[in-house]
Design a protein around this ligand. Structure first.
Ligand SMILES: *Cc1c(COP(=O)(O)O)cnc(C)c1O
Length: 968
């Protein structure tokens, strides 16, 4: 035990570790790690780039110093990112509340009803505003949502055309992302000024994209264009601004099949680019084509309404290379914030905000026109394109003098967008254009009557019932209380690394210097963030043994895509266009195969051996078979089975020899940091999940950051961005301040140059607090905890797979299939019974059906580990009682789990076990652990619903808020 913060982050103290090591038969952590990690992969070089660990106070002071190098000016840049007031009640009770931000993706619906309701509100709000049938929750950002819309159109359209028509009046970042993604898949794009194109001139296409309002601010009616494309069998995708839709006819009424966009301006700070929730909504009949997560309404065992994720949830694990999308982690926390902004303001409040915004724009347009500036469009919502021949640069500079940011299109043109926050600075905006004389607000609408919205929206009572802050605070509390998050107990989800998200790490996320920046703000204003990003890239490169890192991808899946696109770019740069085969072991995470397809590759599955390792013989056979078509092998290390594979270097060498590149999925880095590096194992490129290993909270299913890290030969193919402030990336030496020359030139995979930049201080702070030594200690402790659980539970549930000396890595797989054979009790029953015991279940049936994968992480203390072990043993005894005939297979505490308070209190009790056993099983199990088990009576977590009927929800798809009477 070496330093203060590591002792706070790591839950196991010296005594606990010794007790666990004694049980495992190792004198100390070092010898256990020597036994667990194969010598062949151990890293030799010490980590030199990471500074010595700092205290929490020091880290906050350093972050403050970095923040002081950012300058937050009032942004009128717009282009997809707008100022917004985050209601304080949402900031405090959602954004800064661990009950919301430390939750996991709601795969266990019974303990996730709060966030599922919040997401259902989100879906209802988006579907209403766009006037489409079904909206998901959520997309990673607007630009990638446009791509998903295009891909949906390609899947559904019967047109033989390979062409996707795109309105040229779209955001530059959307164009850049679309270009890159279409190119990889061989889809053709044609950019046309659709507002000015005769519909008769439109070529046949499988789809069309319209930005509404357009990037230049223009508001126009795309119905004719949409109708024409649909005549040809194409689909229409419209990116619509939700605030504008409170005043404008919505895309659904223009005939759009798909609406996409961002919900950023609904109370989510710009954050130098992210995170924010994108959205995607479809017309009736396309529900089964939706990418990403979709919340639906089903019923529980008592027939009461209950929410759950529906349809293609976890579809990558099932459909793999046939999946509709690779999106796994989405933007749940931000979708919750945006939905609560809608709940708090209601439809009337949103409309009032939109009207104030529009009045500001109208006022500026009138003043500018009065002074002979040409304002491009008669019809607009919040954005003006202003012609100022030869003066654009000068005007932008004059604005900056007044702490305002305008958007320069070219030497002669600027754009400005007003928002909820700009009214107070209108006099300054006016003065930029030299119009100081008296002026007053103009209330003439610049929205033509034909495009004014007539249809109602957000009529559900939830958008009308929480108008006072008291009501809102209580609604947020009520929902949070329904959920099980890390602030309640451990979430031992294998492959997800639910570790501590420390308060100090979270602090800077709320600072305006980090979350108030527009992603396209000028270089001089964002120096602090760029320095922090450079440091983090540099540290991650060193920790992984790579040369270059891009923090742009918004989730692990997007990092995978970026890494595979880098491999593709590399092969093509060498004339190896035919290298398109991606080998993926059968046990891989489902996103791997889905990402490979999106990178234009063909997936070939490689077998795994009985021990879970890559089957070297099958690999050699596949390498021989695919010869010079081989693009890459994608493997996970440690394996998805939680094992340090011994032969990984043989695997990577064989792939290199065959001319392929090696992609190492780095989501399991928590088992390696400080002990081995992907680069040293033969990896060419990897993604990491900062929302797993580096402490960004899961937010109930996002945000995430999935950096992509690569060797030097791939660095130039990492994602670039046309609007990035920083061209060169590490090598970047903090001590000398010298910047290297690695320039990322690949196509962007996110709308913003640095992706979800505002949450990077979390990972920066974690690395800074821990230092190399602390990170290494965390790894060893995580491995110790996993092995201790494996040891203790082995006699009750067989542990599948182990590596050297019978040791697992950071997680272990408990095989419940024998239990099912002997007792009829399923993995589902065990997972749901764990809720009665006060736990979130481990990962179910991944990577092996009928198993539980347990990842305790380093952050849990021994009392919590024991509480879990005791619960699992007690459940085993309960299952044995079923097998012994003590309880019938159809009526026992396992099949009936979880038990709500209502189910044990109301009415007659007719089960063959007691109500006490149903709800307070821990006490009866007679645990001997102090402070853990016995304490749970008073602290009992009551699930709000009984077991959710999954099949019913898929058969009866309902994805918006149910009427209030449904709960009567
Ligand atoms: C979590 C995970 C992913 C996907 O990451 P997301 O951020 O959810 O997209 C990919 N591979 C593995 C092995 C993972 O555990």
């Amino acid at each position: 035990m070496s330093h203060a913060f590591a002792d706070r982050h790591i839950g196991l103290d010296t005594d606990a570790r010794q007790l666990m090591l004694d049980a495992l038969g190792y004198p100390d952590l070092a010898s256990m790690m020597d036994a667990a990690v194969p010598t062949a992969i151990r890293q030799s070089s010490p980590l030199r780039t990471l500074p010595e660990p700092a205290s929490e106070a020091e880290v906050l002071a350093e972050l403050r110093a970095i923040a002081d190098h950012n300058t937050v000016r009032r942004s009128l840049i717009g282009q997809g990112y707008y100022g917004t007031f985050t209601p304080a009640v949402i900031q405090r009770n959602v954004f800064e509340n661990p009950s919301w931000y430390t939750a996991y993706t709601p795969y266990q619906p019974e303990i996730s009803q709060g966030r599922l309701e919040a997401l259902l509100n989100f879906q209802t709000m988006v579907a209403d505003l766009t006037r489409l049938h079904t909206a998901n929750a959520s997309m990673l950002d607007e630009a990638t949502a446009v791509v998903e819309g295009m891909l949906l159109a390609r899947r559904v359209s019967k047109s033989a055309s390979n062409l996707f028509l795109v309105d040229s009046d779209l955001f530059a970042q959307t164009r850049a992302v679309l270009d890159g993604r279409a190119e990889a898949l061989g889809l053709d794009l044609e950019y046309l000024p659709l507002a000015e194109t005769d519909r008769a001139d439109l070529p046949e296409a499988f789809g069309v994209f319209v930005q509404y309002p357009a990037a230049s601010g223009r508001v126009w009616d795309p119905s004719a264009v949409i109708a024409r494309v649909k005549e040809h069998g194409g689909l229409a995708v419209v990116a619509a601004d939700l605030l504008a839709l409170t005043l404008l006819t919505p895309p659904g009424e223009h005939g759009a099949d798909v609406a996409v966009g961002t919900t950023q301006r609904f109370g989510v700070p710009m954050g130098f680019g992210g995170p924010h929730a994108g959205y995607l909504a479809v017309r009736e009949g396309l529900e089964r084509q939706l990418p990403g997560r979709l919340v639906g309404v089903s019923k529980d065992a008592d027939g009461k309404p209950a929410y759950r994720l529906t349809l293609q949830t976890r579809e990558q694990h099932i459909r793999r290379d046939k999946a509709t999308s690779n999106i796994c982690t989405a933007q749940v926390l931000l979708a919750v914030m945006a939905s609560m902004y809608g709940v708090y303001h209601g439809p009337d409040g949103l409309r009032r905000i939109a009207e104030r915004v529009h009045d500001q724009a109208s006022t500026l347009a009138a003043l500018l026109r009065g002074a002979d500036y040409a304002v491009a469009h008669e019809a607009f919502f919040d954005t003006l394109e202003i012609s100022a021949p030869g003066r654009a640069r000068e005007l932008v500079a004059a604005a900056r003098e007044r702490d305002l940011l305008l958007w320069q299109v070219d030497d002669d043109t600027i754009r400005l967008s007003v928002d909820e926050t700009t009214e107070a600075v209108l006099p300054d905006v006016v003065s930029v254009f030299g119009l100081e004389s008296d002026w007053a607000m103009v209330f003439d609408s610049a929205i033509p009557s034909s495009l004014r919205r007539a249809s109602a929206y957000m009529e559900h009572p939830v958008f009308h019932a929480h108008r006072s802050e008291t009501a809102m605070m209580r609604y947020l509390k009520r929902l949070a209380d329904r959920d099980y998050a890390l602030d309640r107990g451990m979430i031992p989800l294998g492959s997800c690394t639910m570790k501590l998200n420390a308060a100090t790490e979270m602090a800077a996320v709320s600072w305006p210097e980090f979350n108030g920046l527009h992603p396209f703000a000028p270089l001089d204003d964002v120096q602090g963030s760029l320095v922090m990003i450079g440091m983090l890239e540099d540290w991650l490169a060193e920790l992984t043994g790579y040369d270059a890192v891009s923090l742009q991808p918004n989730a692990g899946s997007q990092g995978e895509l970026a890494g595979l696109l880098a491999i593709r770019g590399y092969h093509r740069s060498r004339g190896d266009d035919h290298r398109t085969v991606c080998l993926i072991p059968s046990s891989a995470h489902g996103t791997n195969a889905a990402s490979a397809v999106l990178a234009g590759m063909r997936v070939v599955v490689v077998a795994t051996t009985g021990s879970g390792d890559v089957d070297l013989d099958d690999l050699r056979a596949k390498l021989a078979e695919h010869g010079d078509e081989l693009a890459a092998l994608m493997i996970t290390y440690p394996s998805t089975h939680g094992v340090y594979e011994h032969d990984v270097k043989d695997v990577t060498a064989a792939v290199h020899e065959a001319g392929g590149q090696v992609y190492v999925d780095g989501a399991n880095l928590n088992a390696l940091l400080g002990y081995a590096r992907f680069g040293d194992l033969g990896g060419d490129v990897s993604h990491l999940n900062l929302h797993k290993t580096f402490c960004i909270p899961h937010g109930g299913g996002g945000p995430g950051v999935g950096p992509v890290a690569a060797k030097a030969h791939l660095a130039a193919f990492l994602p670039g961005h046309p609007l990035a402030q920083m061209e060169a990336h590490p090598p970047f030496d903090m001590r000398t301040g010298s910047v290297g020359t690695v320039v990322h030139r690949g196509a962007p995979v996110s709308a913003a140059p640095y992706g979800s930049a505002s949450i990077l201080p979390i990972s920066w702070a974690y690395a800074r607090l821990m230092g190399a030594e602390g990170l290494t200690e965390a790894t060893a402790t995580a491995v110790l905890a996993a092995n201790y659980i494996a040891l203790r539970l082995r006699e009750h549930y067989p542990v599948l797979y182990a590596g050297e000396n019978g040791l697992v890595a950071h997680e272990c797989i408990l095989d419940l299939r024998p239990l099912r054979e002997t007792t009829g009790v399923t993995v589902d029953d065990v997972a749901k019974r764990l809720i009665d015991y006060g736990f979130h279940a481990p990962t179910m049936s991944f990577p092996v059906a009928g198993t539980l994968m347990v990842e305790p992480t380093e952050s849990e203390d021994l009392a919590e580990l024991e509480r879990f072990i005791q619960a699992m043993i007690a459940i085993r005894h309960e299952a044995d009682a079923v097998a012994a005939g003590e309880w019938p297979a159809s009526d026992n505490p396992l099949v009936n789990a979880p038990h709500t308070a209502e189910s044990v209190i109301v009415g007659e009790w007719e089960h063959p076990y007691s109500r006490e056993l149903a709800s307070y099983p821990a006490t009866l199990a007679g645990s001997t652990v102090d402070g853990g088990f016995g304490a749970t009576r008073a602290d009992k977590y009551w699930p709000p619903v009984r077991r959710v009927d999954q099949a019913y929800g898929d058969r009866n798809v309902a994805c918006s808020c149910p009427p209030v009477e449904a709960f009567a």
